[in-house]
Design a protein around this ligand. Structure first.
Ligand code: SF4
Ligand code: SF4
Length: 273
């Protein structure tokens, strides 16, 4: 089981693929330290996946969180950043720089960030990626707002010291920005891997996935709190078990209805390098 850890909603941007920027909240650094150690020591935890929403790199005291991660890790860590700011690269299994557009126009339309500045931030850490990261990646989530710029994305990152990846699998695009095909329900569905994981938000509440906050979903599918419940209690929480049982029977409701994460993955991850 993976823990999808969201220590902050802060990300310093306003992407059109996600509404996290409308929310506020950060796990205080002392709470983060205790939780980080506890989760690293839990035998059920396979990986710690950081910043599936938000980005601790954008916090003023980001280094404090990053040093905690760097100094104590028993589980593989996957770290994602929008690379608006990279103060320090910790030793991690995978470091994923999200760069959602192959041209200045598509990138800036999607993220609201500066195309040249973010590229420079990523390039400044090539040596760190080589020295500290087993699997460095730059990836682009393809959606209607940047589709057609995949080739330019590959050209842009041909010197990247790691994988260059296109991701055609996305969570729900907020209604306001979704194209007609992104509003449709896909004909084939599979069991979503996120239902087997636990997503933890800054105040410790657990969610079935990040979609409860990154999309228009009214029911955020909250269950339990990592600061009040044991991991065993959370894993066996009735809400989590009910949603798993529903998808196992082919019932895809709420955010799952139009999400791409419960569609077959074949062909949706394309490695350009
Ligand atoms: S996709 Fe990431 S960087 Fe963009 S608004 Fe959502 S949390 Fe922030
Ligand atoms: S399919 Fe459902 S559980 Fe999976 S990511 Fe989408 S909304 Fe979340």
């Amino acid at each position: 089981m993976d823990i999808m850890l969201v220590p902050t909603f802060s990300c310093g941007t306003a992407c059109k693929t996600c509404k996290t920027w409308m929310f506020h909240g950060t796990m205080p650094v002392d709470r983060f330290r205790d939780l980080w150690k506890r989760l690293n020591d839990e035998p059920e935890v396979e990986r710690l996946v950081m910043n599936t929403l938000g980005d601790i790199n954008t916090l003023d005291n980001a280094e404090e969180y990053l040093h905690i991660m760097d100094e104590y890790h028993k589980r593989p860590v996957v770290f994602t950043t929008n690379a608006k700011r990279i103060p320090f690269v910790p030793h991690v299994e995978a470091y994923i720089c999200s760069f959602n557009g192959g041209t200045k126009e598509a990138y800036e339309f999607t993220t609201g960030l500066n195309f040249e500045e973010v590229q420079a931030n990523i390039r400044a850490h090539y040596d760190d990626f080589k020295a500290k990261v087993r699997d460095a990646q730059v990836h682009m989530v393809v959606w209607s707002g940047n589709r057609g710029t995949e080739q330019q994305f590959g050209e842009l990152w041909k010197d990247f010291p790691g994988h260059v990846r296109l991701n055609y699998r996305r969570t729900n695009i907020p209604e306001r920005w979704a194209s007609e095909d992104e509003k449709q329900t896909a004909p084939v569905r599979v069991f979503c891997e996120n239902l087997s994981n636990i997503t933890v938000f800054p105040d410790g509440t657990c969610q079935i996935c990040t979609c409860g906050i990154s999309t228009d979903l009214k029911d955020p599918q909250t269950y339990g709190n990592v600061f009040e419940n044991s991991l065993t209690e959370l894993m066996n929480h009735p809400t989590r078990l009910r949603l798993q049982a529903e998808e196992a029977k082919g019932i895809y409701s709420g955010a799952c209805e139009k999400c791409d994460f419960n569609t077959p993955i074949d062909g949706k991850i394309v490695y350009l390098k």
